[in-house]
Design a protein around this ligand. Structure first.
Ligand code: SF4
Length: 454
């Protein structure tokens, strides 16, 4: 069971690291703001994206089957996977059928969700993640800590020592240009020796039967162009109806993700290479369950830009690993809770309900509202921590009795300022763990209000 508060505390215990993590992500959020404000039609674009996604999800069966038909017409093989196991087995079968043992992979959160790498490795396949950030975390045997910036939790010195250990770079050299050149040399060898490439899918176009992959490093393009075998893994929600819908999303995606006007490479794959094979695996893995739930269906609109992570005050201060789920941050918290509430019961509470995530989301996923509803599901399922549940029940009772609330407030305003510090900041004051209580006012709001109304 994931325990966000405990893991967050572990991350936050290194104050310096917490501060630069917070600062680095806020910097990306500010870049996003500059880009969003530079487009007068930004809000109209968000509305359009929301409308397209809402319509697509309501007619998903139609668009998916049209996509399959159109892809087959283009000699692309289409496979359907009910869950992660089926997906992984399909990938392995395709590789085995082609005698492929070396696979280069571009960024794909879906394959992380399916735990594809360890499965393939156990089956004798050499898997190399080719996105630079992904490769860094792969070498360190860590999962990505962010959906767009997988190694954001690491400093350049950490990357230097990782490369020193695995790529035998110069000792103590953590110059980013040097490290990037070394990574490029290392990855080029892997690209040239690969038997097959696996990419994710940013958008699958129902009308054409082709897919679109967005990267900043061109690694998906190199992977899909060198070996003759290309496998693409996509969740059922990646479908958009028409080619002309694409620009709405590409204009929103990069601006929201990294504050760029567009991703460096937006590549269309609409057929296999000459004498090659192209396979698309369409994966459900719990998505149709969310599709059938009105409260949470909008979470399937997500285009994985990561903006909600960058803006979230909790994510920025607790780090991606504190969520204990493949996708961290607000979107991961709602997806995780939808998928397995038992296992991810702490995630809906990793939220201040400030609504910044919902306000920033390019496709208008109602994130904070979903998290608020998930909290109620956690209580209904009897999964809320007993002490917290009792405390909340008591607070509800007090708030329902104004006389008790007023006199309790009066006593607290007099008593708390004179209490000795060690008593006030004891283990029972969880709120005061890393912060000071504000000075107590002389009067309550109610008293002030009555006085001023006279
Ligand atoms: S929920 Fe919205 S903001 Fe968050 S990753 Fe998905 S698209 Fe981006």
């Amino acid at each position: 069971m994931s325990d966000h508060p405990k893991l967050a505390e572990k991350f936050a215990s290194n104050t310096n690291r917490m501060k630069w993590h917070d600062k680095a992500l806020w910097f990306v959020r500010q870049k996003r703001d500059i880009q969003a404000q530079s487009l007068p039609e930004w809000e109209a674009l968000r509305d359009k994206a929301d409308a397209i996604k809402t319509h697509t999800l309501a007619n998903l069966d139609h668009y998916l089957s049209a996509f399959e038909t159109n892809a087959r017409k283009r000699d692309i093989e289409v496979h359907w996977a009910r869950d992660a196991q089926e997906h992984n087995k399909i990938v392995l079968d395709i590789l085995r059928r082609n005698g492929a043992t070396k696979l280069v992979k571009s960024k794909s959160m879906l394959t992380e969700e399916c735990h594809l790498n360890p499965f393939l490795e156990e089956n004798g396949i050499d898997v190399v993640d080719t996105d630079l950030g992904e490769r860094i975390v792969q070498l360190r045997h860590e999962p990505p800590s962010h959906i767009v910036l997988p190694a954001i939790h690491l400093k350049k010195e950490d990357v230097g020592t990782t490369f020193e250990k695995f790529l035998h770079t110069q000792k103590g050299n953590s110059d980013p240009t040097y490290l990037t050149h070394e990574a490029r040399k290392h990855l080029r060898e892997k690209f040239l020796g690969a038997d097959a490439a696996l990419t994710g899918v940013n958008f699958a176009i129902s009308e054409t039967g082709g897919i679109v992959v967005c990267t900043n490093e061109g690694n998906a393009d190199l992977g899909a162009s060198l070996p003759k075998l290309h496998i693409a893994s996509m969740g059922i929600e990646k479908i958009i109806p028409r080619l002309k819908d694409l620009s709405v999303f590409t204009r929103l995606l990069a601006r929201s993700a990294t504050g760029q006007p567009i991703t460096t490479y937006t590549s269309h794959y609409h057929s296999p290479q000459h004498e090659g094979e192209m396979h698309i695996i369409i994966v459900d893995n719990g998505r149709s369950q969310i599709l059938g739930n009105k409260k949470y269906v909008k979470s399937l609109q997500c285009i994985r830009c990561g903006a909600c992570l960058n803006t979230c005050p909790i994510y920025r201060r607790s780090g991606g690993y504190s969520y204990g789920y493949t996708i961290p941050g607000p979107i991961g918290s709602t997806l995780g809770a939808s998928k397995a509430i038992q296992k991810n019961a702490s995630l809906p509470f990793a939220c201040s309900l400030c609504a910044s995530c919902s306000n920033i989301c390019p496709v208008k996923v109602d994130l904070h509202e979903q998290l608020y509803l998930h909290r109620q599901d956690v209580v209904d399922a009897g999964l809320l921590d007993k002490t917290k549940h009792r405390a909340l029940k008591m607070a509800t009772w007090v708030m329902k009795h104004p006389m008790i609330m007023d006199s309790g407030g009066k006593i607290a305003r007099k008593l708390v300022p004179i209490l000795p510090r060690n008593l006030l900041y004891s283990k029972f004051n969880v709120w005061g763990k890393n912060r000071e209580l504000p000075p107590f006012p002389k009067q309550s709001f109610k008293e002030l209000y009555k006085e001023r109304k006279k």
